[in-house]
Structures are given as structure tokens and as C-alpha cells.
Design a binder for this molecule. Structure first.
Ligand SMILES: Cc1ncc(COP(=O)(O)O)c(C=O)c1O
Length: 408
């Protein structure tokens, strides 16, 4: 008979052996005091910390408008939605959120999912059902949710080297000109904070008759005059067929979506199991997300402050000679290049300085490129930046790491 416990032991041990076993840090954020939180250690003791690796990029998770919209919806309609979208789980809150998102991206429609992971996976795995013979061209560094969607869809896939439009062109040119095609990529890749070549990819899509699918998860709320993302900032939104975004990062709540033509959303709505066979978002979440999207359409000052804080942190770290990876986005990765030292700095930041920044090691990033990835936000004040910079200065010396510039 199968020894199931032994099977689990073996699987877990393999992760320990490879240094890939993950432990969670138990934190509780304090509303009104972001980015402060309380860390509860395994022994039950508590420490005040500053979160430096969160994805609530603008601090919207504590915004009064978002919270009051959530409270109102909760009091009005109760806890859950009570059903799938098709069977009693579509409410005015879901419809209002989708209308807000369609307007944000200047598309005819939007479709809300329980997360952007599900939105990517469900949409990309459904497209070949809609376009038989579809070939998906996928950037090599696309997020796991896109990789999963592409892998499971049973259609043909081509992986192009990261941001390499010449390679993408080669792959497109080698395929049947009449085959339906979609190019799937991101606007900001979150591990390096680099931008995708949106205009060049749209040009190739036009030339080869392909659809474009962009993941703007690390850009929505933060880029573009109304926060619709990098494609909006660059005047390219109309050239993208399907835009994917999250409501969980800059919008500070939870959920994901696609925005596209009415027909595209109707077809995905009708064919994607990940949309159909699952309970819809809780109305209070939909209400909070809609309030956040609505607010950020006009709060350019918050976007400017976000970019300012990121620029200051980069300048300060660069001033110490620390190898930051800087592509001009809001994400600030510091290249450590050694998994043990990366973890050690992260541990010491937390225990000695109350600074929480999760180490990013293999397999999330390639071996030798281990890093700390800081995410400054408008709620990270200049004194907090000061404290972080001094802590990094000390620990960098303590670990005898080089002070050299990484290639931008
Ligand atoms: C590029 C990218 N796409 C999609 C997702 C999934 O978003 P969500 O957290 O809404 O599932 C993430 C990370 O969470 C991401 O980094």
C-alpha cells in the first residue's frame, strides 16, 4: 500500500534540500498606520515592523473611501455573494465594478475574476477554444499564471526570449500566416521592474495579424493619467486587445479582471471554467475595489508621490554604491547574488531593524541573481527611508558585499 506520509516527507525534504522551502512571516498590518505592522514570532512574542515588500503599492488598502464602500456593502448585503456569477452571484456591485474597469481602459467591457492569477489562467487557457489552431507567443519571463494558462490550453505555444522583439518576429514569421495568433506579455515585470516593449509588440501584432494580451498587474492604478497602466501612459491602450489587471496591488483590495471588446468578454464569460464554476467575489470586495479604481482615476498626486518615493530610495541606495536594478519603474530590487547572504540580510533587517523585506531566491529568480525587492509607497515617509538606508548600509558592510553598480 502507498505510504502517503512518506510521499509528503519526500516532497517537502526535496524543497529543504534545494533551499526552496518557504516559511511565512506572520504579520498584521495596522489600519491608519501603513506601512507599519506587528510581526508575531513563532514563540508568540510581537515586534513592530515596517513592511517594505508589500504590493499595496499606494496604500489604498487603508483609504477611507475604500473602507467605507466596503462597510456599506457589507452592511447592506451580508458577507458572501452566495453564488457563481451565473447562479445568483451577480450583484449591482459586480456590474458597477466591471463598468468602472471598462471605462478605465476605454474598452467596451470588463470581466471580473477572483484574482488576476485566475483571470490570466482562465482567459489564456480558453482562447484556443474560441480560435481553433491558435498559437500563443509568450514572453519567457511571463508570470506563473500566464504560463499555467498557456500550458493547459492544449494549443501551440512559442516562448520568445524576454523582451526580445527580434526573436518574437522570427517565431511569428516561421508560422502559418493564416493561423490565429496571440502575443502575451507584461507591461512591468515585477522581479526586475523592467518594462515590456509595448509599441514594438503591437507593431508586430499588426504585421502578423495577431491579438495582443497584456498583463498590467504591476502598473494599473500607478501609471497613466487615470491609472490604467503603462499602455495608457504611452498612448497604446487602444492597440491592446485584452488587458489583464489586479485589484489586489495598487487598488489595495482583491480580485482580477480582463478588459476587452464586448464580444471577447462575452465569449470568455461563456467558455472559461475559471470564470463560470466558482463563487463570485464578495460584494464588499467588489464595492471596495470599485471605489479604489474610481478614486485613482483622478488622484494623480498620489501617483506622483509614489514615483518620488521610489526615486528617492533609488538615489539613496545608489549613493551607498549598492547594486540596484533600475529600469525607471517603482520597484527597487537590490542585487545580492548569493542566496545565503540574501536571506541573512533579510533576517537581520527584520530582527535588528524592524524592516520586513522577503528575500527573493531561486526559483522565483535565476540562481546568482538573488535579491531584495523593496516596494516604496506614498506611505513610506522620509524617516522610514532613512532608517532603511542606514540598515542596508550596515548590513552590506557586515556581509562584505561589493559596492558596485548593477547594469540598469
Ligand atoms: C505579473 C503578475 N500577474 C498576475 C499576478 C496575480 O495577481 P493576483 O494577486 O491578483 O492573483 C501577479 C502576482 O500576484 C503578478 O505578479
Amino acid at each position: 500500500m502507498t505510504d502517503y506520509a512518506a510521499g509528503l516527507d519526500k516532497a517537502l525534504q526535496a524543497l529543504h534540500d534545494e533551499g526552496r522551502y518557504r516559511t511565512f512571516i506572520d504579520i498584521e498590518r495596522r489600519r491608519g498606520q501603513f506601512p507599519h505592522a506587528v510581526w508575531t514570532r513563532d514563540d508568540g512574542s510581537e515586534q513592530e515592523i515596517t513592511v517594505w515588500c508589500g504590493n499595496d503599492y499606494l496604500g489604498m488598502g487603508q483609504h477611507p473611501l475604500v473602507l467605507s464602500a466596503m462597510h456599506e456593502a457589507l452592511d447592506a448585503t451580508g458577507a458572501g455573494s452566495g453564488g457563481t456569477r451565473n447562479i445568483s452571484g451577480t450583484t449591482v456591485y459586480h456590474k458597477a465594478l466591471e463598468a468602472e474597469l471598462a471605462d478605465l481602459h476605454a474598452k467596451e467591457a470588463a470581466l471580473v475574476f477572483t484574482s488576476a492569477y485566475i483571470a490570466n489562467d482562465a482567459t489564456l487557457s480558453t482562447l484556443p477554444k474560441l480560435f481553433p489552431g491558435l498559437i500563443i507567443y509568450s514572453d519567457a519571463l511571463n508570470h506563473a499564471s500566464m504560463i499555467e494558462g498557456v500550458r493547459r490550453n492544449g494549443g501551440a505555444k512559442r516562448v520568445f526570449r524576454h523582451n526580445d522583439v527580434a526573436h518574437l518576429r522570427e517565431l511569428l514569421a516561421a508560422d502559418d500566416p493564416d493561423a490565429p495568433k496571440v502575443i502575451a506579455f507584461e507591461s512591468i515585470y515585477s522581479m526586475d521592474g523592467d518594462f515590456g516593449p509595448i509599441a514594438e509588440i503591437c507593431d508586430l501584432a499588426d504585421e502578423f495579424g495577431a491579438l495582443t494580451y497584456i498583463d498590467e498587474v504591476h502598473a494599473v492604478g500607478m501609471y497613466g493619467p487615470r491609472g490604467a497602466g503603462v499602455a495608457e501612459r504611452d498612448g497604446l491602450m487602444h492597440r491592446i486587445d485584452i488587458i489583464n489587471g489586479t485589484l489586489a496591488k495598487a487598488y489595495g483590495v482583491m480580485g482580477g479582471y480582463i478588459a476587452a471588446s464586448a464580444k471577447m468578454c462575452d465569449a470568455v464569460r461563456s467558455y472559461a471554467p475559471g470564470f463560470i464554476f466558482t463563487t463570485s467575489l464578495t460584494p464588499s470586495i467588489a464595492a471596495g475595489a470599485a471605489a479604489s479604481v474610481r478614486h485613482l482615476k483622478t488622484d494623480q498626486a498620489l501617483r506622483d508621490l509614489h514615483q518620488d518615493r521610489a526615486a528617492v530610495l533609488k538615489l539613496r541606495l545608489r549613493g551607498l554604491g549598492l547594486p540596484i536594478i533600475d529600469h525607471g519603474s517603482h520597484i527597487v530590487p537590490v542585487h545580492v547574488g548569493d542566496p545565503v547572504k540574501c536571506k541573512m540580510i533579510s533576517d537581520r533587517l527584520l530582527s535588528d531593524h524592524g524592516v520586513y523585506c522577503q528575500p527573493i531566491n531561486f526559483p522565483t529568480v535565476p540562481r546568482g541573481t538573488e535579491r531584495l525587492r523593496f516596494t516604496p509607497s506614498p506611505v513610506h515617509t522620509p524617516p522610514m527611508i532613512d532608517a532603511l538606508v542606514h540598515a542596508m548600509d550596515d548590513l552590506w558592510s557586515h556581509c562584505a558585499l561589493n559596492r558596485a553598480q548593477a547594469a540598469g
